[in-house]
Ligand binder design. Sequence first.
Ligand SMILES: N[C@@H](CCC(=O)N[C@@H](CS)C(=O)NCC(=O)O)C(=O)O
Length: 201
Amino acid sequence: MVNLTLYGLDPSPPTRAVKMTLAALQLAYKYVNVNVLKAEQLSPAYLQKNPQHTVPMLEDGPARFWDSHAIMAYLVRKYAKDDALYPKNFYKRALVDQRLHFESGVVFAHALISITRMVLFLGQTKEDHEYIAGDQLTIADFSLISSISSMVAYVEIDPVKYPKLRAWMRRMEQLPVYAENAEGARLFIASVKKAKFTVAE
Ligand SMILES: N[C@@H](CCC(=O)N[C@@H](CS)C(=O)NCC(=O)O)C(=O)O
């Protein structure tokens, strides 16, 4: 029997990436809200489970781990009917892994200072493929859309300059699993706008 618990918060982009993966795999799970905006991740109970005090975190029966990329890859490996979302083919997997590390190390980790690099990489160099790592939807799409749909709080992605990037975003928004991302992204953008952050040139 599947016994999954996801700890997270909807405005958190990596939490939403995991929620999209769970929806794509049609997996039922318990969702425990950890309000990082109120520092709930620093409670002794949560620290005891995750000393790195981040969300998302997954529990699968007795197994427990965190980092959205590790969680998504694990869910596909363990529960997917096929390997489409995280291909086993060495080359295809390397492409997906590259995009996942790009999301983690560049887009998410340095969101503001790397916006230009992110737009250049994904906007100008995005090849004529439907999805981020080729012609097939993978967990790299879930990962990157969770960050990029949040980043539009800081920067507008010009549809004329970056038509392929915008087309991919629209394509993602059409997916049924995008429902797992939409409301949290809206909450994230609303809280950023409220705080009136700006991006320096
Ligand atoms: N690379 C991690 C990033 C996790 C992360 O930094 N999550 C934020 C919320 S979006 C968090 O938990 N922040 C609270 C903290 O670090 O104490 C992932 O993909 O899961």
